[in-house]
Design a protein around this ligand. Structure first.
Ligand code: 3EB
Length: 334
């Protein structure tokens, strides 16, 4: 049935562990458990599930569910677990220990690119890179994240394609891994932020290869629906290429939210040839990452003041990818 003047669904919801287990896989394409232990990607009720170590014991798990809109087909390809429903492909992979994960990142990114090409889901629209000890020194003395960025950039060199919205974030355990979403038919437009240098153009002082991602990806609406959906990358207190307000979590949170507001607003959409635009109050399915556990209450309060009461907001106390960054925020509009 064709419905008009309706927002295109964003395909994502946050559930408790009990709610997720109650679905027994019905309506699920794939899921990511933000829980108190990590593990390899596994099948639950025939769906790929990635268990990430994102909360301390006793803190409730948040299950990010990607919803299926048709019959689901699943498989494994070069270490990736995946599921697709004729419209959307979900894939997830473990990279093993995060120290020295650059080679594994390159190989798994190439496997993901090969998968979306073979199965015919060419429009990659969102990726999450989750890395234990992201700012810790690697064997070569550089940060673990630096090695990850090198491997990822090589994959984009070897199999060039547009860089989608992404998150790069720490985890409490479990090594490194990533998950991603790609669309079969809907066009993806990748956005940059007028207040920030594109991450793939960061100067070399941040690492020999810059991070390969866009600030947001707009997925065009389904036929007969309005506006499309905007997937906002992990966003931090960075102006141009520099961290601002080091040590000040309140101001870092304000800069981060102002960055997102500029990114998703009508002026920036128009700059990318897109209609419409959003405000912070339109964000849904928000994930907030806070480096210092003691900062969680103040960051939660500042975010809640800006987001709608209808927004689902999950807050995780995990490391962020620069030593001086205290907060990172992502979300989906509307
Ligand atoms: C930044 O803006 C903050 O490496 O995939 C945000 C989103 C960040 C994605 C990634 C890193 C990544 O540079 C960090």
């Amino acid at each position: 049935m064709l419905r008009t003047n309706e927002t295109t669904p964003s395909l994502c919801s946050f559930r408790t562990a009990a709610e997720f287990e109650g679905t027994a896989g019905a309506g699920v394409l794939g899921a990511v458990r933000h829980g108190d232990r990590a593990g390899p990607v596994r099948w639950e009720h025939g769906r790929p599930v990635l268990p990430l170590h994102m909360v301390r014991p006793g803190v409730p798990e948040v299950v990010e569910v990607w919803e299926a809109t048709g019959p689901v087909t699943t498989g494994e390809h070069r270490g990736l677990h995946y599921a697709h429903d004729g419209e959307v492909l979900f894939g997830a992979v473990d990279l093993g220990p995060s120290a020295g994960c650059g080679g594994a990142a390159r190989a798994a990114y190439l496997a993901a690119f090969d998968l979306v090409d073979r199965l015919g889901y060419p429009h990659l629209f969102r990726m999450w890179n989750v890395i234990e000890g992201i700012t810790a020194p690697d064997a070569d003395g550089a940060e673990v994240y630096t090695g990850f960025c090198v491997g990822r950039a090589r994959a984009f060199d070897e199999s060039p394609r547009p860089m989608p919205a992404a998150t790069g974030i720490g985890a409490l355990g479990g090594g490194a891994g990533f998950y991603f979403l790609a669309h079969r038919s809907r066009r993806a437009v990748h956005l940059e932020n007028p207040l920030q240098v594109p991450a793939h153009e960061y100067p070399e002082r941040y690492g020999p290869r810059s991070p390969s991602f866009a600030r947001a990806t707009w997925l065009e609406p389904e036929p007969g629906r309005d506006r499309g959906v905007l997937y906002v990358s992990g966003t931090a207190s960075i102006l141009d290429d520099a961290t601002v307000c080091p040590g000040d979590v309140v101001r870092q949170c304000q800069v981060t939210l102002a960055n997102i507001a500029a990114l998703i607003g009508p002026e920036n959409l128009a700059r990318h040839g897109l209609p419409g635009g959003w405000a912070l109050s339109d964000l849904r399915r928000v994930k907030v990452y806070v480096k210092r556990p003691g900062d969680v209450p103040v960051v939660t309060r500042l975010c809640r003041e800006e987001f709608s009461r209808r927004a689902e907001v999950a807050v995780f106390a995990v490391d962020v990818c620069r030593p001086d960054l205290l907060v990172e925020v992502e979300g989906i509009a509307p």
